[in-house]
Design a protein around this ligand. Structure first.
Ligand SMILES: Cc1cc2nc3c(=O)[nH]c(=O)nc-3n(C[C@H](O)[C@H](O)[C@H](O)COP(=O)(O)OP(=O)(O)OC[C@H]3O[C@@H](n4cnc5c(N)ncnc54)[C@H](O)[C@@H]3O)c2cc1C
Length: 614
């Protein structure tokens, strides 16, 4: 091995990306370690969301994350290349045009569908295993509807509008659930009656989702049927041609669309490796997740074949396994290089969540020993929560924000478990009068107080007088306000808030002899300046989100100090209404924010901490 340790990671999937990130963190300051991640794509694909693109629930770019973004300012070289050969004896990865030497190799090349030798399946089925698959399946479905709408031959029209998903596992159910939901929109857009569309989910086994409890299976089936899906069990596909599929016990079904989600095997490169394999093209490993043949080769994710102690089945090919194995492999490689102790792989899995369209889902989750069955809102809540936890690790705020936007703020046809409540929007120009008016009100408030502050900054009129025994904050506030402007009926303040405010006033603003501190005078001057600034910013529409937040904050401060008239309520509420970029219409935000955004994204620490939106 060379002086410098070269760690190569083959595959930037769930396992590869996390391994690279964890290794980069561990070797942050070690100049003698070089980490290279090689993937055939320039982006990380979120395989678990493919069905959402395939059935047009979310936009295409929502299921890809640029590797450059993920590894910005991190010690990972990203190389886009397709590895075609591995020479384990000489520690070399080979592609068509390049070779890559390594001292440690992490294999995370993932899986591909397997067709069990069924005649015509590989040739004629659509698969769902990559970004391109999802996009081309969506295009194909749209094409079928486009053709069907002009087709006058009844049989041909039926054939165009028949869709079969093979496999009642997680992926098959998710794909069919999405298609069932999308059908309504497709039929509307293409002037086709919903009763003309045939959706079939076929599985060879006696039940769908075989690892789930019967209660959840029944709920899933009911939901699918509600979406117009025929669920066929004991119904393996025996042959597929370009325009039909033969289904055991159900005969021949004419269709141009058979979507294959029925089985998994290691990706092509794994099949070609000269290394001990088991199962369907998985690399046999020891408990440290090192290959049995080469100790400097570790395996993550779907490619591992290992049966943990006390278990009967090999590790599941699921994201949670990819995440947990990445953690262990990163630790063990770090230990190997630095002389630490290696760990054995003893993962605990917490179950699975399946969405049946965007509005419904089922989940079987737990602590490893005790499992719970969830359905509907709670199941989907957990699914989204788990996704967000993953995105925080991979691309922080940036990806979490884009995920929430895609899943909740920009959903079409209410296809989300919170319906369309967060996605209905109206153009910002309706907010312009409100923005101007709120700005005018703050400006007028500030300008009215400015002469008093300039005349004698130490004369306090914006902070309630110290509370004397028996008096309430409201009376004190009213007394103070009377001297400054005119008497008002203050909005009531809950007792616990009053106590907190009183404590902070006593600490920062009142002296022991019943007067005010210098800080009180500074605060009052700042408040007046802030009112003028917020007013001006809202009027010209510059940094309007920030100005709106300040409107809320200042309104809240005035209210909690016990000096807010009822009118203050709408300063707060209008502030909320204006947060969402009201300055981008007839305001300076329209010009200034894009420039700032561009420069902000260029800052190293911003890219590293993912603190930007695209
Ligand atoms: C449609 C679908 C839905 C799924 N839903 C769920 C779910 O809901 N929950 C769940 O837990 N699991 C789900 N899974 C399974 C889950 O996606 C996998 O277990 C997980 O992706 C495995 O991660 P990985 O890192 O091993 O491989 P992958 O994520 O598949 O990544 C492999 C990477 O290797 C790259 N690669 C492959 N060959 C080469 C080569 N020769 N040269 C260079 N790069 C190469 C690929 O481009 C890819 O980026 C789903 C899978 C699919 C396909």
């Amino acid at each position: 091995m060379s002086e410098k340790k070269r760690i190569a990671i083959l595959g930037g999937g769930y396992g590869g990306v996390l391994t690279a990130k964890k290794l980069a963190k561990k070797f942050k300051k070690d100049e003698n370690v070089e980490i290279t991640l090689i993937d055939q794509n320039p982006y990380h694909t979120l395989l678990t969301e493919l069905h959402e693109v395939a059935a047009d629930r979310v936009s295409e770019d929502s299921i890809r994350i640029d590797f450059k973004k993920i590894f910005a300012k991190r010690k990972v070289n990203v190389v886009m290349d397709e590895i075609t050969d591995l020479d384990f004896k000489n520690n070399v990865l080979k592609s068509k045009n390049n070779t890559y030497e390594y001292d440690y190799l992490v294999v995370g090349a993932g899986s591909k569908p397997t067709y069990f030798g069924i005649k015509g399946a590989e040739e004629h089925c659509h698969k769902l295993w990559s970004f391109e698959d999802a996009v081309s399946l969506k295009e194909h479905i749209l094409h079928m509807f486009r053709k069907a709408v002009k087709e006058t031959n009844k049989e041909e029209r039926k054939k165009l509008l028949t869709f079969i998903v093979v496999g009642g596992g997680f992926t098959g159910v998710e794909m069919m659930g999405e298609l069932g939901e999308w059908k309504e929109r497709l039929c509307k857009d293409f002037y086709i009656g919903e009763e003309e569309v045939t959706l079939i989910l076929a599985d060879d086994l006696p039940k769908i989702l075989p690892n789930f409890p019967d209660k959840l299976i029944a709920k899933t089936k009911k939901r699918l049927e509600k979406l117009g899906v025929k669920v066929l069990t004991n119904a393996g596909i025996t042959e597929v041609t370009k325009d039909c599929a033969t289904i055991r016990n159900n005969g021949v079904v004419d269709t141009y669309t058979v979507i294959w989600t029925a089985g998994v095997e290691g990706s092509d490169i794994i099949g070609n490796m000269e290394i001990e394999q088991k199962g369907r093209k998985r690399i046999a490993t020891d408990d440290k997740l090192q290959s049995l043949d080469y100790k400097n080769v570790s395996v993550v994710g779907d490619n591992i074949f290992f049966i943990p102690e006390g278990e009967e089945r090999p590790l599941p090919q699921m994201v949670e396994n990819a995440e947990a194995s990445a953690e262990l492999v990163a630790h063990n490689i770090h230990s190997d290089i630095t002389g630490g102790e290696k760990k054995s792989y003893k993962p605990t899995f917490h179950g699975a969540m399946v969405c049946v369209g965007g509005k419904y889902g089922v989940a079987h989750i737990g602590t490893g020993k005790k499992f719970f069955a969830l359905s509907g809102f709670f199941a989907l809540f957990v699914k989204h929560f788990i996704n967000v936890v993953y995105f925080i690790q991979v691309a922080g705020f940036n990806k979490c924000w884009s995920y929430i936007s895609h899943e909740f703020f920009h959903v079409k046809d209410n296809r989300s478990f919170v319906g369309g409540y967060f996605s209905k929007s109206s153009p910002n120009f309706w907010l312009v009068p409100l923005r101007m008016f709120l700005g005018y009100k703050w400006l007028a408030e500030g300008l009215a107080k400015l002469p008093s502050v300039l005349a004698d900054p130490s004369k306090i009129f914006l902070i309630p007088a110290p509370v004397v025994d028996g008096a309430t904050a409201a009376t004190a506030a009213a007394d103070t306000a009377k001297t400054a402007v005119e008497a008002v009926v203050a909005l009531p303040v809950p007792n616990f808030i009053y106590k907190i405010v009183k404590w902070s006033m006593d600490t920062f603003f009142y002296t022991s002899d019943g007067g005010y501190t210098t800080l009180a005078a500074v605060f009052q001057t700042c408040m007046v300046i802030a009112e003028i600034c917020v007013g001006l910013l809202l009027i010209v529409g510059l940094f309007s989100a920030l100005a709106s937040l300040m409107s809320i904050a200042m309104g809240t401060m005035i209210w909690t100090s016990g000096m807010a008239p009822t009118e203050m309520l709408w300063y707060l509420i209008a502030g909320i209404a204006l947060i969402g970029g009201s300055g981008s219409t007839f305001g300076m935000d329209y010009y200034v924010l894009p420039i700032l955004k561009k420069h902000w994204k260029r800052l190293g620490f911003v890219r590293k901490s993912y603190l930007y939106v695209d």
